[in-house]
Design a protein around this ligand. Sequence first.
Ligand code: NAP
Ligand code: 8YV
Length: 320
Amino acid sequence: MTRPAHPTVLQLLPLPFPQLQSALEESFDVVRLWEAANRQETINQVADRVTLLLTSATTPTRADLIDQLPALRAICSQGVGFDAIDVAHAQARGIQVSNTPDVLNDCVADLAFGLLLTSARRIAQGDNYVRTNQWGSGPAFPLGSSVHHKKLGIVGLGRIGSAIAQRAAGFNMHVGYHNRTQRPDTAHTYFGTLAELAEWSDFLVVATVGGASTRHLINETILDALGPKGIIVNISRGSVIDETALVQCLQQGRLGGAALDVFDNEPTVPDALKSMENVVLLPHIASATTETRLAMANLVLENACAFAQNGKVITPIPPQ
Ligand code: NAP
Ligand code: 8YV
């Protein structure tokens, strides 16, 4: 089969660096959908010739869009999570789907630790205390919790979870984890149920996948098992935690604190969470450094180019 010299790419959002966007446009016939005045009209005009779709982990890429593109052969996504993409639907049609695993592990793990330290050591509260001139005039700053030598539970000891465990070693922490399957390649303590892990943990970091299979995995029972001194950190997906239960447990003092990078209905964050001092909130920035986003975008481009050259993406998502 001969491949067109400049395959047509339907791009849902720009690559985050101008030089990479230019490189893409040198090798492909690019349809910049994010700029389209009428999105549906643009799709209709190019649908028959689009072989490649560029998207991201946080850009909905659903079956209804995929089905409008009869010539589509590959989807390249920026980011590792794929709960926003109908991967199984695409794969059933023989469409390859790639993501950007590994290049963001360290960055996301760094932020998970940043969140844990910010919550346990009250770093954001301390910053506010100084800025608002309470230091020296207001009430004494409350004591935090030590992080070193404590028990860290990791929900999802995968690529990112393992990078979090590495960092915990530097803090002399004890690491336990819960996956559906015990890993043969680690000495960290395995817990067959999430409730047992939460009961054991001082801090619980959520690093599992998003999507239907993990929706509300962290519910009231798990939060109660973590308890009034426990802190939950989430860098995975908001859907993994039942936000209503989280708010209730925090309001009733049944959970010590929460440090969250992700939410169920981004960018909407429940007002109740915004009003609590023992909650740290970030706008989904765990992979958002120049270095990491450059590595991710480069990998998207490499996947697109590999597909154009030899018909195969280089970091495919396994069959779903
Ligand atoms: P990964 O290597 O596939 O790891 C996922 C882990 O979750 C695996 O150890 C898996 O083990 C476990 N798991 C899956 N389903 C589970 C379940 N039902 N119960 C318990 N454990 C389960 O993925 P990764 O590269 O580390 O990425 C993890 C997630 O982080 C991504 O999917 C994404 O949602 C999120 N993420 C967020 C950001 C951000 O900006 N906040 C950035 C990057 C990634 P088993 O299969 O044995 O269960
Ligand atoms: C980004 C993410 O928000 O990789 C993921 O799963 O959630 C994040 O890295 C996103 O992919 C940015 O494009």
